[in-house]
Design a protein around this ligand. Sequence first.
Ligand code: GDP
Ligand code: IMO
Ligand code: MG
Length: 468
Amino acid sequence: MQNFLRGDAANLLSVGKFRLCPKGCVGKIFAYPQCFARRCRRARFRFHMANTILVGMQWGDEGKGKIIDVLTARADIVVRSQGGNNAGHTVIHRGMKYVLHLIPSGILRHRKICVIGNGVVIDPVALVAEMDGLRALAVNINKNLLISDCAHLVLPYHRILDEQRELRRGRIGTTKRGIGPAYGDKAARTGLRVSDLMQPIVFSKKLQAKIIENNRILQALGAKPISFRDVNETYLAAGERLRPFVTNTVVYLHGAMDRGKQILFEGAQGTFLDIDHGTYPYVTSSNTTAGGACTGTGVPPHRMDRVVGVMKAYSTRVGDGALPTEDAQLAQMLHNLGREFGATTGRKRRCGWFDAVATRYAGMINGIDEIAITNLDGLDQVDPIRVCVGYQLHGKRLDVPPCDATQLANCEPVYEEVAGWNTSIHAARKFSQLPPAARKYVRFISELAGAKLSMVSVGPARGETIML
Ligand code: GDP
Ligand code: IMO
Ligand code: MG
């Protein structure tokens, strides 16, 4: 291997098959020698951005879609590893608004491969509708989409069960897309998977048994039973539309990594909606944190090179559960600007001040290397700006969110106030073009969150981004 090293590359430290840059980018940017194949012997070393996991550091809707769209320029493959069509990732490109639910946000860029990994729960009818909707907007979906044969299916009884549970005490405020019941069946080992859908006889047999069982539950809840024949027909038709895209995505991703391709792992939801680390029970049913990118794709932890955390310059949450820094006035101001309405359900998002207790914890759980701050422009007219730096619970100071939902709901935020900038920052494209108060604010909140600031977003479009 050393024989192939020339020039700068000779300085590279060896780390297995990869070489680690000894300059400032140590640990995060890898060089991949293209000299295994004969034709590559003359090729110069190509520097790679490495495999990147992107996660939401708050309660979802942090602007992940926008940041994924920006980062996809430097990736080859974009993968979704968890969640389902409860996600709504907005990308604004050339004045057009795209909301992606199941399809990775990389689909809007040419020559990028998008993968729906094994950890995602797929409603095949919704996925076909999303593909058709994108095609109607002239988005190419052909050989650039792969779907894992191991992904679990969301079926109509999952959706109805989700709706029924939401009518009762202990509601979560879900998106009613059947996500919880589908992951429930997966954990109970009674779920149907994409591989079943690819075998019509097997699928119909399993579906019939599941519908008989679930109809009894639906009837007990007072809901209408569903027709096996209708569901079978609709799902098999959707399955045929999806067949060309279905494959073993684990093998595909490993082959791509061996060819030096860079992968972007597109997290859905946010850290505090994680089934293990979130504000249980007001969470979604998957691991939304960095570890979910491994289990949900079959890419092992040692192939992951960096974790980018996305956080809004303030906090939002849609659905029930505690939002310690919630502030009605801030919410009203943002809603009056036409902002903070859910991309999937259209519900008004609850809004609050930036919560450093939560985001610091998110930094710990996810191992955040770099932070992208979005929606800074949402605070353009706010002065002073409050930042929650601690919680008080029954007279005791807490620096991490408590595990218990009732305790979290009883936490009183401890605020620090910082000066606002009272001007529009939409046009800023360099960090130096931001007003000093805005620079101070983003530095302050990224320091509190405990990671390096690498991007600041000042508007929803691709170009409205400051790279540091
Ligand atoms: P995601 O689920 O994390 O992808 O986020 P959503 O798309 O659900 O919600 C984020 C919202 O903020 C969308 O409407 C985006 O278009 C918008 N957005 C993202 N970044 C910015 C920004 O910096 N400024 C403004 N004004 N809007 C932004
Ligand atoms: P993206 O990927 C914000 C919330 C729901 C509810 C809880 C459980 O766009 O950030 P579920 O339907 O998953 O059983 O609902 O999780 N939720 C989200 N909130 N953004 C999302 O996705 C969400 N996906 C689920 O509102 O509180
Ligand atoms: Mg969203």
